[in-house]
Design a protein around this ligand. Structure first.
Ligand SMILES: Nc1nc2c(ncn2[C@@H]2O[C@H](COP(=O)(O)OP(=O)(O)OP(=O)(O)O)[C@@H](O)[C@H]2O)c(=O)[nH]1
Ligand SMILES: [Zn+2]
Length: 214
């Protein structure tokens, strides 16, 4: 028996329905056993997610942005946009425990302190001894395969995400850009993402607070 088919294969553990964004959208939270890095990544299924080419967002954890709607980044409104758009089209959010592009909260706050002294987001990572981006999206491909999904459209502005999923056996039939949530506090962050991180940032969206929008 191969490892993939054996008892260590990635498997769905539980599916539980949770009404999100104040009950306006019904989400199925899906947990897994045997993910490679042992972290508590989970999927959120929305709408007709078992359709062909579901719309998928790989969303990296950002406790400051996702929970506290920090304006230093764009994660909060992007997460809300993902819930709304994916509910309409059918698909999945893969909520990945990759806080701070994989360096964790404490290091992210150190990186913020360095940015307050003038570094950009990537320079700050390097000054702390990390790569620009420490994330490995292999686990996302594992989750999709466990759900029987191998052809998707991906909601992202980050070309690295498309490349890594493709390298891990998921066919990305299209990239769908998220909107750009610019404000007085995240201007430099977004500029660095575009210029150094090669993010495909499209038109700006009038911004924030995220939860007043829908
Ligand atoms: N190390 C570090 N991480 C940050 C910083 N600001 C936000 N993050 C983290 O960055 C991750 C989100 O990555 P982004 O580069 O904003 O966007 P992305 O997920 O690569 O691309 P999109 O799919 O287009 O949103 C989250 O885990 C945030 O916690 C920062 O200044 N330093
Ligand atoms: Zn963020």
């Amino acid at each position: 028996m191969t490892a993939e088919a054996g008892e260590n294969a990635v498997k769905v553990r539980r599916q539980v329905e949770i009404p999100v964004l104040g009950g306006r959208y019904l989400a199925t939270f899906i947990t897994f056993d045997n993910l490679a890095d042992g972290k508590e990544h989970f999927a959120i299924a929305l709408g007709d997610w078992q359709r062909s080419e579901p719309l998928v967002r790989m969303h990296s954890e950002c406790v400051t942005g996702d929970v506290f709607l920090s304006a230093r980044c764009d994660c909060g409104p992007q997460l809300e946009e993902a819930i709304v758009r994916i509910s309409a089209e059918g698909g999945l959010i893969l909520y990945l425990r990759q806080e701070g592009r994989g360096i964790g909260l404490i290091n992210k706050l150190d990186a913020y302190a360095l940015q307050d002294e003038g570094m950009n987001t990537y320079e700050a990572n390097r000054a702390l001894g990390f790569e620009d981006d420490q994330r490995d999206f292999t686990v996302a491909a594992e989750m999709l395969k466990a759900l029987g999904v191998d052809h998707i459209r991906l909601l992202t502005n980050n070309p690295r995400k498309v490349a890594q999923l493709t390298d891990n056996g998921i066919q990305v039939d299209g990239r769908v850009g998220t909107r750009v949530y610019r404000n007085d506090h995240n201007e430099r962050y977004l500029a660095a993402k575009k210029e150094e991180g090669h993010h495909a940032l499209g038109e700006d969206e009038p911004c924030c607070p995220a939860h007043s929008k829908y």
